[in-house]
Ligand binder design. Structure first.
Ligand code: APR
Length: 237
């Protein structure tokens, strides 16, 4: 069953003239970064509406800062895995045109992917929540106020209730409309508007995920761990 699915997907990839990959937090769990909604996910331990909203920056900066400081420091001890590197290599070989990601860990960038649309921002860059001026990771980690206006510092991630960078979202829609194959990896597809992107393609839609997700959207579903599946696919390309 699984072998057949892998053979099918490798065939689709070879036939596809414009493949787009969309990833979520499941792409980084094999690097030791927890996802959000599966059994060990962050949101099973912490209420996102408490910590991941802009209001928290004003109402309870200590809580906001503790949560994101923990995530930044966790990141500094982890690395991309072979799955990230395989996707970057596929781009170099022309097998993948664009990578759309919800992940803020920067692992796709570190692994060498170039054409990336990081729709939910990045946890590796920081700014003042008030004057928007850039800030350093060190100033954020050490809970320093903005050096220009004294405001609170935050990572450049899209918080719940904030809108995605419109230009990035528009580029993502253009890429999806051009795609002949969309491969969705490691996401519960629970967060709008990214969740709506896969169905916008006129091409084939493939889902690679550890858990099954209630959807009839996909032409092919491969249940498994991203790194393992990507390595198995690589042997077929
Ligand atoms: N390989 C494949 N799939 C995996 C793996 C893995 N190694 N590990 C976890 N998964 C799957 C889980 O089964 C789950 O279905 O990845 C999915 C991750 O879903 P979420 O935790 O909801 O993460 P994601 O879909 O990226 O969340 C979207 O929500 O909290 C916000 O901004 C945050 O970008 C995030 C957005």
């Amino acid at each position: 069953m699984r072998e057949n699915n892998l053979d099918q997907l490798s065939k689709l990839m070879k036939q596809s003239s414009y493949t787009v990959i969309l990833t979520g937090a499941g792409m980084s769990t094999e690097s030791g970064i927890p996802d959000f909604r599966s059994s060990q996910g962050l949101w099973t331990k912490i209420d996102p509406m408490q910590v991941a909203r802009p209001e928290t920056i004003e109402e309870n900066y200590k809580l906001f800062h503790e949560f994101y400081k923990m995530r930044v420091e966790t990141l500094n001890t982890k690395n991309p895995h072979d799955g990230h590197r395989i996707i970057a290599d596929w781009e170099k070989r022309g097998l993948v045109k664009t990578l759309i990601t919800q992940n803020v860990d920067g692992f796709h960038q570190l692994a060498g992917s170039q054409k990336i649309l990081p729709l939910h921002g990045t946890i590796r860059e920081f700014r003042c929540h008030h004057c928007q001026k850039k800030a350093t990771e060190s100033d954020f980690i050490h809970k320093k106020p903005c050096q220009y206006c004294g405001g609170p510092l935050r990572p450049n991630v899209v918080l719940f209730g904030e809108s995605l960078p419109m230009s990035l979202l528009e580029q993502a829609m253009v890429e999806i409309h051009k795609s002949t194959l969309v491969i969705v990896i490691g996401t519960s597809l629970r967060v709008y508007p990214v969740s709506q992107l896969p169905e916008m393609t006129k091409g084939k839609k493939v889902f690679i995920n550890r858990e099954s997700v209630a959807t009839t959207l996909f032409d092919l579903v491969i249940q498994g761990n991203a790194q393992e599946v990507l390595m198995a696919l690589e042997t077929r390309l």
